[in-house]
Design a protein around this ligand. Structure first.
Ligand code: ATP
Ligand code: MG
Length: 393
């Protein structure tokens, strides 16, 4: 008997012709987070054997990998003899607490001398005979014990652990996440990774108006996202000159609108350089003046690349619930100023006019400022497990 973990792919099963591509990618992603395991896979399952027998550690890590529907710990028997199966089923069940059960049989080896129905009956009565005070309940059992009769082996297992679902990271290409130190953007990033988008992040800082501590906070959030994203590139843009030019020259009710148009323009340039197909941000409809539908139009108008707003239709409490689940919340609420909060006007325009934005922007030499900001960007690679952040450029 050998103990192993197998994975059910879930949503991947809907990807008919691309299925192999998705499975290979999942395999690669898993190899990046797990060392010292033996991995094999077929069209329906992925099998993982931890070499050091550390099942808990492996399961914990797998719970952060997108593209896995269920994680199941199973016993594998190479002896397909019915007596051996009976013995192992009892062994497995004796370690568990339950009152009602159901036996399920999957029989891909069609030559096996007993059919599914016979096996269910035989194994059900063996369980009832050997473990006292149990009942069969086919509708709502405490435990389902499954016996799979495969070509070369038998798998025996009960209920699995839910995986994160979604698609393997990178399967849908790359996106640039506009990552502020707030609550919303890390959640938006997490939801985008779930759909198979490999993230790079961009952060606009305005030293000395924003502190090193604010940047550290963003790095910490990026590191948390790196857990799901394998690792994450963080592009840090010095936004001070642009922000000061806007502050000095543009009517204050339009400060935020113009500032966000600049952020979008720069993010789109980085996306095109990095071959990313979408921008992602934490905008949520109606949350602040810059997130009314009219504002979104005026801001979005400066780029052609699609902008995905995963939390657009969530209310704040829903966003906070996810932030807590992915453990970004505690970092997000640390009280460091980001560049938006410092330059916030008293009365930001709620329905900005696109043409007025264009007129106001003529008051600053924004193309040069953007060119310089992009040229001076600082990019670092953040790994999930690293305490320190390694400079790569
Ligand atoms: P969050 O909680 O994510 O900071 P917010 O409620 O503070 O969002 P805004 O400040 O209006 O809302 O920002 C909306 C979105 O714009 C953010 O979710 C983020 O995607 C992006 N953004 C804002 N500030 C920055 C920044 N300094 N660097 C990068 N992206 C930013
Ligand atoms: Mg913010």
């Amino acid at each position: 008997m050998q103990k192993l973990i197998f994975l059910k792919y879930g949503e991947l099963s809907t990807k008919k012709e691309n299925r192999n591509f998705f499975i290979k990618l999942l395999n690669n992603n898993i190899k990046k987070v797990l060392e010292d395991v033996e991995i094999t896979y077929d069209y329906g399952r992925m099998f993982i054997i931890p070499k050091d027998n550390n099942f808990n550690d492996v399961i914990n890590k797998l719970q952060n990998v997108f593209g896995i529907h269920e994680i199941v710990v199973a016993d594998r028997l190479f002896n397909k003899d019915l007596e051996a199966i009976k013995k192992e089923v009892i062994n497995v069940l004796q370690t568990k607490q339950f009152n009602t059960f159901k036996v399920e049989v999957k029989r891909s080896d069609k030559t096996y001398p007993y059919d599914g129905m016979e096996l269910r009956k035989i194994l059900g009565s063996v369980i009832l005979k050997n473990i006292p005070n149990l009942k069969v309940d086919v509708n709502n059992p405490d435990i389902v014990i499954t016996i799979e009769i495969r070509q070369k082996e038998v798998l025996i297992y009960s209920d699995g652990i839910k995986g994160l679902g979604g698609y393997p990271v990178s399967s849908l290409g790359k996106g640039i996440l506009m990552l502020s130190g707030g609550i919303d953007s890390p959640v938006a990033g997490y939801l985008a990774i779930k759909r198979g988008i490999k993230l790079e992040a961009i952060y606009f800082e305005s030293p000395p108006h924003t502190s090193e501590a604010a940047l550290d906070k963003v790095k910490k959030l990026a590191q948390r996202l790196a857990l799901y994203n394998n690792d994450i590139k963080l592009h840090i843009i010095n936004f001070t000159a642009i922000q000061e030019a806007i502050y000095k020259n543009i009517p204050h009710d339009y400060l935020i609108t113009i500032m966000r148009r600049m952020m979008y323009r720069i993010s789109a340039i980085i996306a095109s350089r990095e071959n990313a197909k979408v921008l992602i941000n934490g905008e949520s409809i109606g949350q602040v003046a810059s997130q009314t539908l009219t504002s979104m139009n005026a801001i979005n108008a400066v780029v052609n690349i699609p902008v995905i707003r995963p939390v657009a239709c969530f209310d704040k409490l829903e966003i906070i619930a996810i932030a807590k689940k992915i453990e970004t919340f505690a970092t997000s609420i640390l009280p460091y100023e980001d560049c938006c909060t410092i330059f916030v006007p008293d009365h930001p325009v709620i329905n900005p006019d696109k043409h007025r934005c264009e007129e106001y922007e003529k008051l600053i030499d924004y193309e040069d400022l953007i060119y310089t900001a992009v040229k001076n960007k600082n990019t670092i690679l953040i790994k999930a497990e690293n305490k320190e952040f390694a400079d790569i450029l």
